[in-house]
Design a protein around this ligand. Structure first.
Ligand code: X2X
Length: 337
């Protein structure tokens, strides 16, 4: 593996940079050595399935393509990794559409509050006309995006102070949200006090009480051990979030067509397996988090939706996304306002 200056500097600054390789012996002779980065811990299904895919790609390319995994924001926070995948310092990067929206505004549309009632709607839309529209937008900014979006999940609110049962419980709450205009707009509309922080800093921000709350799917809360620094988990399901699998365009086009075909096939197949993993975890993690000491509560979404409506949230984002995107979303979820 070659160590570039950034990796070296981070290592020198005391960050541990430990890529996960499918096979060290083969990797050293690979013709194409590529870097995959993610903000999630290695234990999360996204990295587990990616690790399998990297092994399958190494095997099927007969050792020509090696992909090293850099999980846990080892190469930087999301905002920084997005610049790196654009410059080519990173070849592959999985990023929430909502954060990608700082570059491709329409990419946050799947995160619109309470839009998807169930997973069947999510996959129909994201593998269908809505996803196709978003991917066309991503291709315009010189990134290549794979067809299948990976699951992050329905997001739930955790706090250290009190459970969230109704919109009033969010009023003035210092809650961490990822760096994205849609998230800021939504939590402001709910009268909370949102602060944008990259995921790499979330655990310590909660531990040092810079913020009292955050929101994430159960699989992230568990694998990132956020239960160690949060007490309550309110099952708000307030938005669905997924990771687009991005590639630096030049790294991608440099690969011969037959290798691109292998990579594309294996990565998309891994995405489907990862979706099934997260669905299974949704069923089992509530109990696991209770054993880890969290107090869980159900949430009636209707009053939250009402608050968003009253604040003009849907009207504002309808205007921002425009008619074509909105129509494609409503085709799958029904009329939104
Ligand atoms: O930053 C987050 O909260 C995470 C891990 O869910 C995303 O990547 C959007």
């Amino acid at each position: 593996m070659t160590v570039d200056r950034r990796t070296f500097l981070r290592a020198a600054a005391g960050y541990s940079v430990q890529p996960v390789l499918a096979s060290l012996a083969q990797a050293q002779t690979a013709e194409f050595s590529l870097k995959f980065a993610s903000n999630l811990p290695l234990e999360h299904p996204l990295n587990q399935r990616m690790k399998e895919a990297a092994a399958a790609i190494l095997d099927q390319s007969k050792g020509r393509v090696e992909i090293a995994l850099f999980p846990s924001s080892q190469l930087g926070g999301d905002t920084d990794m997005l610049s790196q995948v654009r410059s080519g310092a990173i070849d592959f990067f999985t990023l929430s559409g909502l954060i990608l929206a700082t570059l491709v505004p329409v990419a946050s549309i799947n995160g619109l509050g309470f839009a998807f009632k169930e997973y069947a709607q999510v996959w129909a839309a994201m593998d269908g006309e809505l996803g196709a529209y978003v991917r066309a937008g991503i291709e315009k900014v010189n990134l290549h995006v794979f067809e299948k979006i990976w699951d992050n999940g329905y997001r739930q609110i955790t706090t250290s102070s009190h459970p969230v049962l109704s919109p009033e419980d969010l009023r003035g709450m210092k809650i961490r949200i990822p760096v994205s205009p849609l998230w800021t707009s939504m939590f402001k509309a709910l009268d909370a006090a949102p602060t944008s922080i990259n995921f790499s800093e979330v655990y310590s921000a909660l531990q040092t009480r810079i913020v009292e709350a955050q929101e994430n799917p159960l699989a992230v809360i568990q694998t990132a051990k956020l239960y160690e620094v949060q007490k309550y988990c309110s099952l708000s399901n307030h938005m669905w979030d997924g990771f687009w699998f991005l590639a630096n365009r030049r790294s991608w086009e440099r690969l011969p067509a037959n290798l691109r075909e292998i990579i594309e096939r294996e990565i998309n197949a891994a995405a489907l397996r990862q979706r099934a993993d997260v669905a299974r975890l949704n069923g089992s993690l509530q109990n696991a988090l209770k054993s880890d000491g969290m107090v869980l509560n159900a949430v009636d979404p209707e009053p939250f939706r009402q608050s968003l409506r009253k604040a003009g949230f849907y009207a504002e984002w309808h205007a921002k996304y425009g008619e074509e995107a909105w129509t494609r979303l409503e085709k799958y979820v029904g009329t939104l306002v």
